[in-house]
Ligand binder design. Structure first.
Ligand code: PLP
Length: 402
């Protein structure tokens, strides 16, 4: 049956899950001239364009016939990932690694493998909702545990786990970002990491550790990851090349026990990531080149972060309370003087700067007085100008009493 426009009527054709799905994966464009401090985009000036061109040329010259035909993920890249994880104290090997289309795909596959409708997933408040959407679409019941300035507090988690247990709805999975958290920038100290692992083992809880930013510290390396400390096989570790190489390559991975990897593979039904890009990325990263590149990134993000800290001090003063992160891409702050994040966003957009209001990082509607500012994308002068505009907007909202 067609509609009045002569187009096929899709209403009766959509599957129930598509009719009920929420809109995700949409990146609204900032208006022309607007300085976006919204998304965690990588620093474009640091993309290793020449290195990637050289790697592409080499791979095609050497073996175009295999690189460009159907084929699996290049085994050399899997080895490279396992080797990098080992260098960070994680007991890894090729059968413990699955390469995916960004870490987002790994998170989606884990939701398919572990979650039935109604299963309880514990998430941090705030957290990266891009991941949480995968749990939502799997029909999970989300339980938010608020974090403090050191990330997730095991005591609060324990109380939540016990309450869920008593209610007959034990939690199945915990999604956590212990290192340079998105959005809050927090870093979980070693004692909390150890306590978290013990709790998970005692409660038969799977931990999904998202380590998108772990290598991007400013001064000192972070404590060992949960995966490096895990002796009971409770951690599934998720990593990505998005922040250390380029988001456009869409290469991420899961590291987990081999039996979990085998399950994940069953749901990666489009097959591997293919031989071409995975070969090129391996070629670029090999022989210490990626490590050298990451050393340069740390300096750039450190510098951008400090430019933002200084500008915030100057332009917002006590209108924004925040803790300086030691790595990652973001500043997370709480607005003072009753300024609402939504009102600030509207005023900011009129002045040509944008950010993400904190409510975009809570699954349960909290965060109305919080904001996230990304320093990763913009050049230093744009960060300074963006924060100047943000300061003007904050003064306007404050004066208007909104
Ligand atoms: C904490 C966290 N996890 C995962 C991702 C997604 O990364 P990918 O590009 O690998 O899908 C992001 C991206 O912003 C992130 O901040």
């Amino acid at each position: 049956m067609t509609t009045s426009t002569g187009m096929l009527n899709l209403d009766g054709l959509y599957a129930a899950r598509a009719r009920e799905a929420r809109v995700v994966g949409h990146w609204p464009d900032a208006a022309e001239g607007t300085i976006s401090l919204a998304y965690g985009f990588a620093a474009p000036e640091k993309f290793p364009t020449d290195g990637l061109i050289a790697a592409t040329t080499e791979v095609l010259a050497e073996d175009a016939a295999r690189a460009l035909n159907y084929g699996p993920t290049y085994p050399g890249l899997i080895q490279l990932i396992a080797g990098r994880l080992q260098a960070r104290g994680i007991e890894s090997s090729a059968e413990r690694v699955l390469v995916t289309h960004g870490s987002s795909q790994a998170i989606g596959l884990l939701a398919q493998v572990f979650l039935d409708p109604g299963d309880v997933v514990i998430i941090e408040g705030p957290t990266f909702l891009g991941a949480v959407n995968s749990f939502r679409e799997a029909g999970a019941r989300l339980v938010t545990v608020n974090i403090d300035e050191h990330g997730l507090d095991p005591a609060v988690l324990e109380a939540t786990l016990e309450a869920l247990q008593r209610a007959g709805t034990p939690a199945k999975l915990l999604y956590t970002i212990p290192t340079f958290h998105n959005p809050s920038g927090t870093l979980m100290p070693p004692e909390r990491r150890a306590r978290l692992l013990a709790l998970a083992a005692a409660h038969n809880l799977l931990i999904l550790e998202d380590d998108a930013y772990g290598e991007l510290y400013f001064d000192a390396p972070p404590p060992p990851s949960l995966a490096a400390l895990d002796r009971a096989g409770v951690v599934v570790y998720i990593g990505t090349f998005s922040k250390i190489l380029a988001p456009g390559v869409r290469i991420g991975f899961a590291h987990a026990r081999p039996e979990i990897i085998q399950r994940l593979v069953m749901f990666k039904i489009e097959g591997g990531n293919g031989p071409y890009l995975t070969r090129v990325v391996e070629r670029y990263c090999a022989d210490g080149r990626l490590d050298e590149h990451i050393t340069g990134l740390r300096q750039v993000y450190r510098q951008k972060a400090h430019v933002m800290f200084d500008a915030l001090e100057r332009e917002l003063g006590d209108m924004l309370q925040y803790r300086k992160p030691d790595g990652g891409f973001f500043v997370w702050g709480r607005l003072g003087y009753g300024i609402s994040a939504q009102a600030l966003l509207h005023a900011s957009q009129r002045l040509g700067v944008t950010f993400v209001p904190g409510s975009g990082f809570y699954a349960d509607g909290q965060g109305g007085d919080t904001i996230r500012l990304a320093f990763s994308l913009q050049a230093e002068p744009a960060i300074v100008e963006g924060i100047r505009r943000l300061g003007m907007a904050a003064r306007q909202v404050r004066a208007a009493g909104a």
